[in-house]
Design a binder for this molecule. Structure first.
Ligand code: F6R
Length: 263
C-alpha cells in the first residue's frame, strides 16, 4: 500500500515526527528479523530517522546495511565520502556491526564492475527489507538523475550540476564535489520489500508532487515509487505544498484503519 503522511507543526516538529514514524517501520522489521537488511540513504533528510532509532531498544548486532550510493573520485577516508558519513551517522549512532554495512565500491575492486559486485552482495544478503530514501530537487532517488532507466541496477552515474550545487554545502567549494558516483539503480531500489521516502522543506515540493502524483517517467526518477506496492512517504507541510490530493492524504491518515500497521 502507499501511505502519504503529511506531518503538521513546525519544520523541526514535523522532522522529528517523521523520524519516529520511519523508526516505527524499521523497528518492526528488525524485531521480526534480527538479520534484517536495511537500505541506507545519506544526506540531511534521514538524520531524524537515525536519532529516533537510536532511542529504541533494538538488537542491531546482526542487522545488515547497504548504502544507496557513493561518490567516485574522493580520496580514501574523505570525511564526506558516503562510507565515512554512513559510519558516523548510522553505524556509530545505532551500534551496527561495521563489517555488515556496505557502500558501493568499498570492496577495493575495479570501479567498472563495482555495480555488479554490489548487486551480488545485496542478493547474497537476501535483498533489502526496507529502504530509506530522500529525494533531490532534480527528482533523483539514490543518485538516479533524470533519464535514469527504471530497470537500472547499481552503476556509475554523472551527477547533475544542480545536485553538485546542493551537495556543495558539505564541501569547501563546489569544485570539490565529485562529478561521478556509484548508485543503486531504480530497478535495485524497486526490489526492496518496502520503501520509506522522506522529504522536508519547500525546495522538495516539486519533486514530491512529481514523485507521488506526476506521470511515471524517467524524467522524474522518484516517480518510480508509484510502481512499488509498499511505499510510505513522510513529508512536512512545505514539501507537501504542491500535492493535489493533500486533503485526501490527511483524511486517509486521520482515519487509518485500526488494523493498519501503524496502530
Ligand atoms: C543520498 C541520496 C540522495 C539524497 C538526496 C536528498 O544517499 O541517495 O538521493 O537522499 O539528494 O539529499 P538531502 O537529504 O541532503 O536533501
Amino acid at each position: 500500500m502507499a501511505e502519504i503522511v503529511i506531518l503538521p507543526g513546525s519544520p523541526d516538529e514535523a522532522k522529528a515526527a517523521a523520524g519516529e514514524l520511519a523508526a516505527d517501520l524499521i523497528a518492526r522489521v528488525v524485531r521480526g528479523k534480527p538479520d534484517a537488511v536495511l537500505g541506507l540513504a545519506t544526506g540531511s533528510t534521514p538524520l531524524p530517522v537515525w536519532s529516533a532509532l537510536a532511542a529504541r531498544d533494538l538488537d542491531w548486532s546482526r542487522v545488515q546495511g547497504f548504502a544507496l550510493d557513493e561518490y567516485v573520485g574522493l580520496p580514501a577516508g574523505h570525511p564526506e565520502s558516503y562510507r565515512a558519513v554512513i559510519t558516523r551517522e548510522v553505524v556509530d549512532t545505532l551500534g551496527l556491526t561495521p563489517t555488515l554495512v556496505h557502500v558501493p565500491g568499498d570492496d577495493g575492486g575495479e570501479i567498472a564492475t563495482a555495480g555488479q559486485r554490489y548487486e551480488a552482495a545485496i542478493a547474497a544478503a537476501g535483498g533489502v527489507d526496507i529502504q530509506v530514501l530522500g529525494i533531490g530537487r532534480t527528482g533523483h532517488i539514490g543518485f538516479n538523475e533524470p533519464g535514469s532507466s527504471f530497470a537500472s541496477r547499481t552503476r556509475v552515474k554523472t551527477l547533475t550540476e544542480a545536485t553538485r550545487l546542493d551537495n556543495a554545502r558539505f564541501f569547501d567549494s563546489i569544485d570539490d564535489v565529485p562529478r561521478h558516483c556509484l548508485t543503486q539503480g531504480l530497478g535495485t531500489i524497486l526490489d526492496a520489500r518496502a520503501l520509506v521516502l522522506l522529504a522536508f522543506g519547500e525546495a522538495k515540493a516539486d519533486a514530491i508532487a512529481g514523485a507521488v502524483e506526476g506521470p511515471v517517467s524517467a524524467s522524474l526518477p522518484g516517480s518510480a515509487i508509484q510502481l512499488h506496492p509498499e511505499v510510505t512517504v513522510l513529508v512536512d507541510e512545505a514539501a507537501a505544498s504542491k500535492l493535489r490530493f493533500a486533503d485526501y492524504y490527511r483524511y486517509a491518515w486521520d482515519n487509518r484503519p485500526d488494523w493498519a500497521h501503524w496502530s
